[in-house]
Design a binder for this molecule. Sequence first.
Ligand code: DCP
Ligand code: MG
Ligand code: MG
Length: 364
Amino acid sequence: MSRIILHVDMDYFYAAIEEREDPSIKDKAVVVCMYSNRGEEGGAVSTCNYIAREAGIHSAMPCRLAKSIKPDAVYLPVRKEFYTEVSDRIMEVLRSYSDGDGELFEKISIDEAFIEITDGAGGDFDTAVRIAKQIKGDVKDMEGLTCSVGIGPNKIIAKMASSRQKPDGITLIRNEDVEDFLMEMPVSKLWGIGNVTEDKLAEMGIETVKDLAGHDVQELIGAFGKSRGAWLKMAASGIDDSPVKEKTASDQIGRMASLTHDTRKSDLVLSLLDELVDDVFRKVRSRSVSFRSVTVTVIYSNFKTVTKSHTLNHPVADKAMLREVSYQIMGELLDSSTLNLRRIGVRVGNLQESKGQKTLAEFF
Ligand code: DCP
Ligand code: MG
Ligand code: MG
């Protein structure tokens, strides 16, 4: 069965959030600026909406230049913390779609992530498209924002596919489409190739992905070293076995699951919570770690996602403690809304190697 990976990237993310917050600017060019300590004139464009892009404005352009090109655009300062809150909520929803109950998920920036759905889609790319539509619908309903999705048999292809149709697009590249998709691209478009590599390849006469795929691997290894040289050859051939795995996953252990039907009955919710606690704790024990934070996630029937965390005074590896804290947080979440719950999750974080299995009793 082929792997199926989605790459989701939000459309003009910071500027889209600003439009949502103030619909009166929606039909204007909107430019979000990162002002430096040299004041308004010294900053660079963080991002802008598509109307501003049509005028030639783009990320990293000096704000001063943007203002000279389009003085009548709306210029706003970056509100990073606010965008991060929006991002966190979106990421929880995206994570809830991944295989392994949220494990095969990888956030790679504030507005994009990989989601492996090989099992979720039963290995079928048409089903994957349906799931992608559902994800886009969830994000739209929940946050009023659009995103673009790339679907492919690996991360490199999915990542490159998501930017093919923007904004609000879905691009599917099946195994049999990979070669055509890649071949005519300049090497600079291959995900993972930066300016330095591009220049070095150009010196070797390699300009397109096709040139790179056809190049002698030994020569690439000679120029770039063993692992990078081999990687270049593989990537250009559309082969990428790298797993979807969060870089920080080693610092978190979690599980999510759906309730059999949407409900807020505490006996049903808590019995699923018990199962999740059991599973999470089994992994905690098998990795011989202690944890200091406990996070509970709730996705309501309208897809609104809420997470709540509790940080303990000491790292513990104690199942009773994990259950107690999870119950407490879940109780607070149930009290704070009258909506039915669709999915719930438990996660522990701030992991440390357990030197001997410390139990709660040892701390008191
Ligand atoms: N960003 C930034 N400076 C950059 C590039 C990006 O501050 N040089 C920020 C602002 C973007 C966000 O990161 O909104 C996400 O970056 P993307 O590259 O995904 O760009 P956008 O989401 O803005 O636009 P697109 O629709 O092309 O994805
Ligand atoms: Mg984006
Ligand atoms: Mg992005």
